[in-house]
Each structure stands twice: as structure tokens, then as C-alpha cells.
Design a protein around this ligand. Structure first.
Ligand code: FAD
Length: 244
């Protein structure tokens, strides 16, 4: 297998057009390739600047999970810290987690940030939404979002090989004109649902502000979530609205 390390978008595009398979930290693909055979060419984005950004409103697909720190919103940081073991986090990448894994612990956090994806295709770079990234699995270069007012993430403890642990995320977004929107996402089993509702700004929130917001969320597709998921979500949302 030839491992290619493009340093520019045009080199990456050339690799893509020549059939190179994207690879992150190989924490998932290595075992598959050992069993089923290696591709002729693979391409790592670790030398590509556009895939290594980490900072206000941006996270590159080649960034290794353990490098995700307080330059990104809390929800994303906590989601990355909750993935697997330290050894996995030191090797696995954002792209491998979002596009390649089935658990996708980063997904609820990316959804509540309302993140957009920058992808590279044979005819160039374009922006798309996360739904398309999951459905079509293009070459992910980076995620971008508008900074939230505040965000939270919680994943229930789980055992390796056991049921997929519940994960919930929430973020507050200032929409201007005094409007604040709460976005929430819940991973229940392998399904990830996300919804949003207008809510009071944290500083102005009356004591029952969280109740009203949760009632609004109960009128969305989240209404069918099982009770434990609701409890976890209500706890997260109440804390977020109280403290911002
Ligand atoms: C012990 C263990 C525990 C784990 N626990 C968790 C957990 O708790 N939560 C969780 O979410 N995940 C968990 N995982 C999965 C882990 O997140 C993935 O192994 C990891 O994210 C894959 O990242 P990688 O960079 O190694 O991807 P790779 O193995 O290199 O690639 C995986 C797939 O993603 C594709 N890919 C990689 N980068 C890109 C890109 N930029 N664009 C498009 N496609 C790309 C590859 O082509 C391949 O199909 C665990 C894994 C292990 C081994």
C-alpha cells in the first residue's frame, strides 16, 4: 500500500482522483485491511494545513482527538475526551470518528454547534451539512460553526462491547434581536436525534425558563425518547440555562 501525504488541496484532489482511500489514525481500518486486504493507495491528511485547523469556529478532520482542547466549545471538547481509551484518542482523528466510526461520539456535539462541513470532491472543495457527510461519506476536510454562547455534553459510562452509552449535547446560540436558540442532540442507541427551541437568554432566564424550554422540546421529534434519555437531557438543559 502506498501512503500518500498531500500538502496542498490540489495534491489531495489528485490523490482522490487516483483512488487513494482516506485514512485517519487507522484505529478502525487497520484490522479490516489486515483481514480483507490493503488498498493500493491510502491518503492521510496529516500534512494538509486545511485539515489541521483547530481554533475559533473550526476543527480539521486530521486533528487527533487528544489535541482537542479549550480552543473549541466545551461540548466538542468533552465529546472528544469521552471517546474510547487514551490510546485511541492519541491516534484517532475527527474525520475517522465522524465519517468512519459507528459510535460517532463527536456527532451530537457537532450537531448542537450547527456545524457545517468542508469536503473535497473530485471537482473541488465545497461546503455541506452533516447529514450529507454521514450519508455520502465524502473526504472531510474540516468542520466550521458559529461560536455558541455556551455548550455542554455528557456521555453515560459504558463498557467496551456493551450497549452504546447514551450521549446528550446542548448549546445556546445568540440569534440576534434578543433571541437565543437552544440546540440539543441525543444519541440513543445508534440513533442520533437533534432539535432546537427558542429559549430565554441565561442571564434573563426566569426560574421556570428551563421548564418552558423543555416543554417546547417535548413537542418535537424528541417526544418519543425513553425516560432515562429525557432525564439526562433535562438535567443538561437545566444546568446550561441556569449557568450559561
Ligand atoms: C478500543 C476502541 C474504543 C472506541 N471507543 C469509541 C467511543 O467511545 N466513541 C466513539 O465515537 N468511537 C470509539 N471508537 C471508534 C473511534 O472513534 C474510531 O476508531 C476512530 O474515530 C476512527 O478514527 P481513525 O482516525 O483511526 O479512522 P481510520 O481507522 O483511519 O478510518 C476509519 C474510516 O474513516 C474514514 N476516514 C478517515 N478520515 C476521513 C476523512 N477525513 N474523510 C472521510 N473519511 C475518512 C476511513 O476511510 C475509514 O473508512 C473506539 C475505537 C476503539 C478501537
Amino acid at each position: 500500500m502506498l501512503l500518500r501525504l498531500p500538502r496542498s488541496l490540489s495534491e489531495a484532489q489528485e490523490c482522490l482522483n487516483q483512488g487513494a482511500v482516506p485514512i485517519g489514525g487507522a484505529t478502525l481500518v487497520w484490522a479490516h485491511w489486515q483481514r480483507d486486504g490493503f488498498p493500493e493507495q491510502a491518503m492521510s491528511l496529516r500534512e494538509l494545513p486545511e485539515a489541521n485547523v483547530i481554533g475559533r469556529g473550526a476543527l480539521g478532520a486530521a486533528v487527533v482527538l487528544h489535541r482537542i482542547d479549550d480552543r473549541v466549545p466545551e461540548a466538542l471538547r468533552r465529546a472528544a475526551a469521552a471517546v474510547g481509551t487514551g490510546a485511541v484518542r492519541r491516534t484517532a482523528t475527527v474525520g475517522g470518528n465522524l465519517v468512519g466510526s459507528t459510535l460517532r461520539c463527536l456527532l451530537p456535539a457537532a450537531l448542537v454547534l450547527d456545524a457545517r462541513a468542508t469536503v473535497l470532491e473530485s471537482d473541488g472543495v465545497r461546503e455541506t451539512d452533516l447529514a450529507e457527510v454521514l450519508a455520502k461519506r465524502p473526504l472531510l476536510l474540516s468542520l466550521h460553526w458559529s461560536e455558541p454562547v455556551a455548550s455542554r455534553y455528557r456521555k453515560q459510562p459504558g463498557e467496551a462491547g456493551g450497549p452504546v452509552p447514551l450521549a446528550v449535547a446542548a448549546a445556546l446560540h445568540d440569534e440576534g434581536g434578543g433571541r437565543t436558540r437552544l440546540r440539543v442532540a441525543v444519541r440513543d442507541g445508534h440513533d442520533v436525534l437533534s432539535e432546537s427551541a427558542l429559549c430565554p437568554a441565561p442571564a434573563a432566564a426566569p426560574a421556570d425558563g428551563a421548564e418552558d424550554t423543555l416543554r417546547a422540546l417535548r413537542r418535537t421529534a424528541l417526544r418519543d425518547l425513553p425516560a432515562p434519555a429525557w432525564e439526562e437531557l433535562a438535567h443538561l438543559v437545566t444546568g446550561l440555562l441556569r449557568t450559561g
